[in-house]
Write a protein that binds this ligand. Sequence first.
Ligand SMILES: Cc1cc2nc3c(=O)[nH]c(=O)nc-3n(C[C@H](O)[C@H](O)[C@H](O)COP(=O)(O)OP(=O)(O)OC[C@H]3O[C@@H](n4cnc5c(N)ncnc54)[C@H](O)[C@@H]3O)c2cc1C
Length: 455
Amino acid sequence: MNGRLYVRGEDGYEAARVGRVFNARRPDRYPAAVLLAADAGDVAAGVRLAAERGWTVAVRSGGHSWAAWSLHDDALLIDLGRLDGLGYDPDTRVATAGPAVPGGLRLAPFLAGLGRAFPGGHCPRVGLGGYLLQGGQGWNGRSVGWACESVAAVDVVTAGGEHVRADAEHNADLYWAARGAGPGFPAVVTRFHLDTQPAAGRMWHDTWTFAPGDAAAVLAWLHELLPGLDRRVEPVLAATRLPAVPLDEGKDHPGTALLLHTTVMAVADDEAARLLGPFDAGPPGARALGHARGRTTIEAENRAQAEQNPDGHRYAVDCTWSDAPAAVLAPELSRLWSELDTPHSFSIWYGWAPHRPLPDMALTVEANVYLATYAIYTDPADDERYRTWVHERTAALARHGAGVYLGDTDFTRRQDRFLSDAAYARLQRVRDHWDPDGRIASYLCHDPKALNAHG
Ligand SMILES: Cc1cc2nc3c(=O)[nH]c(=O)nc-3n(C[C@H](O)[C@H](O)[C@H](O)COP(=O)(O)OP(=O)(O)OC[C@H]3O[C@@H](n4cnc5c(N)ncnc54)[C@H](O)[C@@H]3O)c2cc1C
């Protein structure tokens, strides 16, 4: 083995257990050992070792799962942090990336140098492993689709310790599961093969600031605009307490601001300005506190995301998809947004508006708008309060919901539907086939029998 194994109780075990977990709220779950794998051979050796010892296998790529899915009691945690290689084939325009590669921080600049792009996460440090397996909401997602739709193939180590490639022609059931099963994927991905796109010419933003009292008017306007927006236009309404929002002279920050931040990818400036035309007039019946529009870049947007999600903080997160009209959502969202009470906590309405059937892949739940809330704080004494708040308020919204996106969930507190019933049944068959002994740890949840039941 080229990597390093830390058995529980050994020096270095605790750093290996949680040192790469982004959320400072580290759960009390203790793997039997942690293997810092150096290469795919180590992953296979690790899977075989786990079988000998009777451990399950848990996996970590970028460590950005809010709920620290990589931490399972009595498992062998295989940390893939060193599997971070990048490659590109100019003939096929397919990039290869190790699962620990951060999509924004490393893949995006690597591809930009080649005039190519891939929809990495909005936050630059998210690891490709967890991000792509669960779907991946990235820049320009409304136009290019879920990031996992651009996964051409995966190299995996199976639960039996074999090296296998899965794509549309080979091991197609595993390839199907690799695009949406998230932590239920029954193997370990050691390399992704990614279809790339031409780099966009121009990115623009259009940013309006409103007071929270205008939530109903702004939401009504957005729900009206959304169906007619070009797919390259991505509107996000965020309730945020951060001070850096556009404010006209003489206007004060309202404490919690509603920031309508829309981005667009276009070939040139005039096209970007034209695509943002529907936002020119602003919402009828609401008074903007500030407005800014102009060029931006993915790097600048990534920086803003990283500032909103600082290191060293504790996070409690939940989400729901919804097809409900603005008038139904506005009272619940207004209540939730009025209760944000830490500098970084925020909550978003994201206009997704699915417009076509999804390809044949495990990811099968999406809806008109995406609603997610992020409680961000520093005191461990607040854990219970913020976790209860986030999941209770999201549960209220989810009464009008269509399910969740795995990326912003914590099923140890609130479970909801994340796959269609047919996809969930099919995933069980794929798991039974590829991992009959249940070697690879699956979804962390408080009620396994109610997994994928609508909350
Ligand atoms: C600050 C922040 C911003 C975020 N922004 C976005 C965003 O813009 N868009 C979005 O879609 N999501 C976003 N997320 C959610 C994020 O994509 C998920 O939490 C994702 O699981 C993180 O992937 P990871 O590899 O970093 O996480 P990890 O914690 O390393 O992995 C999570 C789990 O995924 C599975 N897994 C990971 N890698 C592998 C592998 N190689 N083989 C098999 N199973 C594996 C394992 O079950 C693992 O425990 C964000 C999260 C954070 C913390």
